[in-house]
Design a protein. Sequence first.
Length: 278
Amino acid sequence: MSFIECKNLYYQYNSSKRNAINNVDLNIEQGEFIAVIGHNGSGKSTFAKLLNGLLQPSGGSVLVGGISTADEAKRIELLQSVGMIFQNPDNQIVASIVEEDVAFGPENLGVPQEELRSRVDDALKTVGMYEQRLKAPHNLSGGQKQRVAIAGIIAMQPKCIIMDEATAMLDPIGRKEVMEAVRKLNREFGITIIYITHFMNEAVDADRVILLDSGEVVKDGTPHEVFADYDTMMAYGLDVPQGYQLMHQLGIDACVLTEKECVAQLENLLGENGKTRT
């Protein structure tokens, strides 16, 4: 059994005549890093809320660790398995001191006080915010606030964290800070990451990329498999990573996704041209 299973999943808002999520069937394994991409209105945020039970399916089902998100009797167990980070870090801050904010979630889950202290400290250290534990959140940068929000979820010890465009309101430095924390959670601690983003350069770090449009899965594969289909990306109004865009503009048929790949490709081409001239 997969960690998350979506079967014939539908969702329709009461005010809409069309499905926001339409016949989605997919599985997500424990420890995967999934990037979900798509233009505004493609169903990304709705999909995220269906995965942690904030929304209930209009049809079909979502199972998380074998638990149906529609099972109210296991709501607390579901919340312990799947945490969620939203766009605006200011909307997630509930306390006037960083460490108190991180303690809020696990404390409400009934974690004993003797365990709570270690959970909070460990979570803050994981995201590199332990030194700021006694500061007021409103004095932190956007990236730091978002890392505090992530620490609050980590302290609840989830198996999965869903991030709904969590870097959308951050500057490049803040986005880098959050991405470094996310990579660490996935690679060192094996936490499943479902990362919804409109920054294609962030999606290349994922194990798998899912492209949504009109609530349907259009593409599902590795970053190279999805982004290599340049025409499809353009057809759905999406960018491709900057390195690949450069290659395309130069007329070079190479799907490079990272700066390292781009430099290697250019060095290879320059080397070949040099050999040709000699």
